[in-house]
Structure formats: C-alpha cells, structure tokens
Ligand binder design. Sequence first.
Ligand code: ADP
Ligand code: MG
Ligand code: MG
Length: 902
Amino acid sequence: MAAQETVDHKYVYDFAEGNKDLKDLLGGKGANLAEMTNLGLPVPPGFTITTEACKAYLATGEEPAGLADQIAAHLADLEREMGRRLGDPADPLLVSVRSGAKFSMPGMMETVLNVGLNDRSVVGLSAQAGGNDRFAWDSYRRLIQMFGKTVCEVPGEQFEHALDEAKRAKGTTNDLDLDADDLRGLVDAYKKIFLTHTGREFPQEPREQLDLAIRAVFESWNAERAVLYRRQERIPADLGTAVNVVSMVFGNLGPDSGTGVAFTRDPGSGAQGIYGDYLANAQGEDVVAGIRNTVPLQELERLDKKSYEQLLDFMARLEGHYKDLCDIEFTIERGKLWMLQTRVGKRTAAAAFVIAGQLVDEGLIDLDEALHRVNGAQLAQLMFPRFQLDHEFQPVAKGIGASPGAASGKVVFTSARAVELAAEGTAVILVRRETNPDDLNGMIAAKGILTSRGGKTSHAAVVARGMGKTCVSGADELDVNIPAKKFAVGEHVVTEGDIVSIDGTTGKVYLGEVPVMPSEVVQYFEGSVDPEHIDNALVRAVHRIMTHADATRRLAVRTNADTGADAARARRFGAEGIGLCRTEHMFLGDRRELVERLILARTDGERADALAALLPLQRADFIEIFREMDGLPVTVRLIDPPLHEFLPPLEQLAVNVAVAQERGEDVAKEEALLAAVRRMHEENPMLGLRGVRLGLVIPGLFAMQVRAITEAAVAVTRDGAVAKPEIMVPLVGAVQELETVRAEAEKIIAEVVGDSGVEVLIGTMIEVPRAALTAGQIAEAAQFFSFGTNDLTQMGWGFSRDDVEGAFFWRYLELGIFGISPFESIDRDGVGRLVRIAAEEGRAARPELKLGVCGEHGGDPDSVHFFHEVGLDYVSCSPFRVPVARLEAGRAAVETDGSDSR
Ligand code: ADP
Ligand code: MG
Ligand code: MG
C-alpha cells in the first residue's frame, strides 16, 4: 500500500482487507463483497471507500485530505492485478461505482456501470471482446445514460426517448435488435442530450469520471427519497454510504453471458428451493428495470449447466456461512460465473418465522437465535386477516391504516344499529366522522371501523388497536352524513346496508365485499389447532418459537380486560392475569341513570341509595371476570375518569331543557342535571377531579367498589375457584392519599373476607410524576405498583394525548425531537427514567413490591425490552397484543448483547 495511508486516516479498503462485520465502515455491500472474496468466491476485484470518507465529504463539501491519493494507490493495485489500465485506449479496465450503506436502502441510492469508457477506449473494449463492436457501443451508451442521470441529473426519460426512437427507426421493440451502428448513433444522440442539459461535453477523462461518480454516490445519501426512506424505516440519518469500486464483468457479451438474482429460499413463504430470475445477454440493471422478460432461474440449468451447478454450490455455501436466507446478484461472462453481491435477504413476516424454524431443524442456529431473528411486529402482522385481492378491486378512498386487518360488512352509522345487526349475525362496518366513548358498544359489535376524521391516535384508532379491530381513520374523501345515514365518496353514494371493505393496514376503502382469509396464527392461539399435529409450516414455526419465548422470558404478560369475554380471549392468547381491569364501563349504558342519581344526590341518604343500587351490578361484573381468570391475579382499578364524563354534554342538556320548557313539560330533573354539568365543568379535566381525588371527595364511592370486588372474590372462592384480586388506586401523587383510601378499604376487606381465605392486595398506579419521585414513601403503603405510562407520558411531557397528535406531532417528528410518538413507544430518557427511579426506590423501601405496567406501552416491542431491562415483574396489554408481548419478552431475555436484528 502507498506510504500515504500510514500517515492519513485510512479511507479505502481492498476487498481482501474487509469482512462482513465491518458494515458500519464499509456498508453492507462492501462488507459482504469482502466476505465473499475471503471465502474464495469469484468476486471481481475492487475496493471500498468508507462511510467515514462520505461523512467527511458531506460535512465539508470536499473530499477529505488523503482520499484522492488512497484511491489512486488502490486503483493502481487494481490495474496491476487486472493487467489493464483505466481508460487505456487499447485495452481498458472498466469499473462500476456502487453505493452501499450499512442498512440496505433498495433503489434509494446510485450506481454507475462501465466507468472508464470514452471515445477512444470504446474501440479497445471492442477488441478485448474479440471485435464485438455492438457490445462496446452498448456499454458506452449505458455509461453516458447512467452517468448523465445519476451524476449530472439529466432527466432519465430523455435517454429512454432516444433509445425508443432508435428502436422505432429500426422497426423493433427489442434493444437486442440494435446493431453496432445503431448504438454508435445512439451514443451521439446521448452525448447531445448530455451537452444540452449540463452545458458541457461528456467527460472523456476516466479518473474524472470516477471522481465525479464517487461524489455523486456520496451525495445520493442526502437525496430527498433517501431521506424519506430513512425516516420511514427509522434508519439514522448520520451513517453515510460507502462507495464500492468494482472491476466490470459483462453479462451483455452474447448468449453465453447474462445476469441474474437468486434467493437461497423463498423470501415470500420461506419454502426451501431455488428462487430467482435470469436474463441472458444483459447487464445488471436490465433485470430490475424489467426491460426484457426474465426467465426463472431454473432455466439456467439448460442454458449453462456448469455455471448453474456452481451457483447452487455457492448459494449453499453462503447460506451455511451466514446461517440465513441470502439474496445474491451474479453475472455470467462467457460461461464464467461472477458473484456481484450478497446479503441476508429481506423477507415477509411469514417467511421470517418459517426460515427461523427450518434453520433450527438444519442445526444451523439454536432456538435463542431463532427467537432473535423474528419480532413482535412480524407476529402482529400475521395475526390479522387479509384480503384476497387477486380480483379486480379498486379502492374508492384511502385513509390512514389505523389498526391493521381486513374487514367487510354492511355499513351502519350508529352504535345502536351496529349492535342490533351484529346480534342477528350480520357483519357490519361502523362508519362515523369520528368516534367517542359512547360508540364503544358499536365498535365492539362491528367488524371494522371507518372514520372520515382523525389520525393514528384518534379515539377510533387507539380503541380499535386495543381491541385488535380493523380501523381506517381520517378517510377525508368520505363525506359522512350521520342523520341521513349515508356517505358520499367520489361519484358514489353509500347508504346504510351497502357493503364496504376496509384494509386497516393500507388504509384503503373498497366498495362491495372483498374476500377475507382468517389468520391461521390466530386460530392457533385460540386453541383450534392441536400443537402436536400442526400441518402448516408457519403455524408450526410460530408454535415452536413462542414455546421457547415462554420458557425464556423473565417478564410475565398480563392483559388489560374489562369484561369476562375479553379476559377469556386474552387467557387463550396466553395472558397470565389481568393487569388492568377498568371499572368505568360498568357505569355506562343503562347504568347511567344510577350514576346521575349519585351525582345529583343532595343528601347522604340519597347518595348511599344510588351506591347501594350500583353495588350488585358491579359485583356481578367482577364475578364474571374472576371466574374467567380462575387462579390468576386480577388488578382492578377503582374508578378513574371525572364523573361529568358520565353526564350528557352541556349543549345537549341545554337544548333538552329548552325544548321541554317549550312544551310545558316538567324539567326539574333536566335542570338539575344541567346545573350539575355547569358546576362540574373543568378547564383541564385531565388534571381535575378524577382518580383517587374522587375517592377522597365522594363519600362511599370507593368503598362501594372495594366491597363489590371483595364480595365477588369471596363468592367465586365459595364456588371452588381461586380469585386473586388486586385493588389499584389511580392517580396517586402522595402517600397520604393512598393511606387514606387504604385505611377505609382494609376495614371493608377484613369485614367481607371473613374466613373465606381470600387475600386482597392494595396497590397504586404510578402515573403522576410526583408519585414516581416519591416512590420510596408510597411503597410503604402499596403492595404493588403499576406504571400507567399513558398518563405518565402526558404529565411527564405536559401535553395531552388527544390534543397533540393533530396539532404538532408531525413537526416534532420532522425535527427529530422524537423519532416515534412517545405514546407509541416509551421515551426511555425522560418518562422511562421516572419508571426506573420509581422501580428502584420502591423496591428499596419494600423488596417484595410487585412491579408492572399497564397502558399501551405494555404491548409495544421496544417498550417491552425497556421494561425487561428495568426489571419489572410483568407487562399488561390488550388481549390481541399478548402474544406479541410474550414473544418480545422472550427476545429481550435472549438479547443481552444489544445487537439489532434489522
Ligand atoms: P443496487 O444496490 O441498486 O442493487 P448495485 O450496486 O448492486 O445497485 O448495481 C446495480 C446493478 O449493476 C446490479 O445488478 C449489479 O449486479 C450490476 N453491477 C454492479 N457492479 C457490476 C460490475 N462490476 N460488473 C457487472 N455488473 C455490475
Ligand atoms: Mg445490487
Ligand atoms: Mg391514567
């Protein structure tokens, strides 16, 4: 190597100097070219310019000191090895200049082939190819085209136009029919296009071509589409790309040459076999550009048996070496096979599970590694039903894919109608402008939810995701008219009873019924598949990996469930208890009247009567849940929302009162309600009279709930089941609040439990920042903590979830203030720190303190890893997320090295 390199920073690596673990420095393509070189596979010689050089260039706008000399030195070595010089008119070396970042960004960045050709060396190239003029001019026109487009921003259509023009003049549609003279003419046309657009002649100096191409690759890192792609895929913006300079091999030398791609297994299904495409007499980019029709890779056996067999051998070797599905780019030059690229291939969610299972069978990886190779997002995908879109279905609108899945059904516009039709066994899609808590029953009854307003965190979206129900939100092309029971979209009008289909993954809305396939994986979780006799490869792999995750994980997984039905479903999905049973829905529906009586009570007696009427209803709810969760812990949260949420909205009441007065009816009750609503109005309900504050202010409210819970537990126990109630006090910020509630509760519990043997725990949510910071004190009065990370996030950041999403989250994401909504994935540095402090100080004060988390973060893969690290005992999430949390808890337990599985 040149002496220069010992002085300057090393920016250039020969393929022989790298290996697959140097992706940060050499990019994925460069690292794997080096790995293949060192494995002894036939890789055309070349070198890699590091991502560090790219970063230095992007920071200053200039190549870093020493880079030009290092390139010259490596180029000289390459020329010596190849016995040819770049641009030599008699016998030229040609190279490709290829981008390649750490994470593959398909089609995002640039590659230029045939660098080193000019008006003189094109003749030498022809001589090299035994006088194949056609090939030489074809290669030259490709260089001008790619160079013009990627390096000098000449619009690509211009070149394509000229090519079409040449074919038309020749009376053909196949570029193989163009002969050397046609292509020479095309080169002239291309050069004119180049001149017109750039104001300069096409550069003839090979080293200048090389340097400009390298710069263009550096700069393509910041091209708009690359920036967008990175943001979407959450690839860091500061990695930079490496540049690979590779000596050219030619697949366009005639029928005994060609180029192709190959996969060692089917990236769609994971099935073993030979998958790929081959194109004879073509250069690399033709395959992807779809210029001519490729043939299946198996055809190569007939065309060139020797190369085919060699390729299969290399594929097997690569799979054995990488221990994973590899995808490969190769070129055959006159019967000689060259390997141009390999990487661990992308795959569908189903293939990821199937392949991981197969590799275990083949002894290539162990079960820990298999677990590491799949993830919760993939599992979640596999749990949704899918549309079979092979038919001609055109979407009529596109909203936000708010909760994935596929659903078809009759359109209904009200919750009541949804419940009615569903009870008759009709599939319905609930269509609303937006939803609110009163739509809950309709949402439960519907197959899917479609709204014309609201984003990914609108009520509809959040609730639907929680229920695992398909939802498209914010389909703003829909003009929804609830009173008229219809919506208009484009030239169509859809009325109640018409059938629509919605895809909650893509956000697309279809008229009519698109056939749906249920998820086999859900059928398996629901227990309709015998694990001993699974004939479906995917289900078998899921079963195996989930079993290992369960055996490995340290976190228990509970569920958030408010009804017996939810609890039963979650239990089938593997929930080991309920981490959050909300009690507020128990005050809705026909029980509103009792709640109104409670709120309007003027005397202690009236209040006590209302509570006494609620008690048996609540007790019945809890009995159902305790029965379903026989033997498992059930955390019940005492009532949390402000009570005025149970009253009708102010405007509606005001209208009711006015109308009734008009008619001369008795309005005493309406007026009293209206007055109550006015009195209870809050500027910031989120920070108002709710949670534990209600319990301290409204005599008997919490007491009634504690009694209902305990009586239910005792009743279930007397029936021979095991109830393990855990009473959870919401919104505590100071230990004194909890002590007060606890003192009252303990009296009731002692009285009700008697000799039944039932044990009731009392604990608190940690969802107010002050509670996290005084966790040591609070733990003195609490037997468990459950982190309410939704509120903790709201109060930690000081923004309300309902208000921020539409207002400014997009800007925060754009500015990178956070990479993902802190409501979706826990903010480790801030909110996560509060969790950590509370966990540590709580345990220091009471070592046996149980720690869990409820709230949507409990089902988010990244957050589950965080809770594992902090050492919580369990996470709790919606029933549908339970398998995802089980899988991720297992992954967290095997991934101690922090390696990423992208
Ligand atoms: P991408 O990252 O978009 O796949 P590549 O750098 O792999 O871009 O190059 C695009 C095409 O050019 C590929 O089909 C590749 O096989 C082909 N190619 C790249 N370098 C060479 C070379 N030195 N000789 C022949 N073909 C090449
Ligand atoms: Mg490639
Ligand atoms: Mg809360």
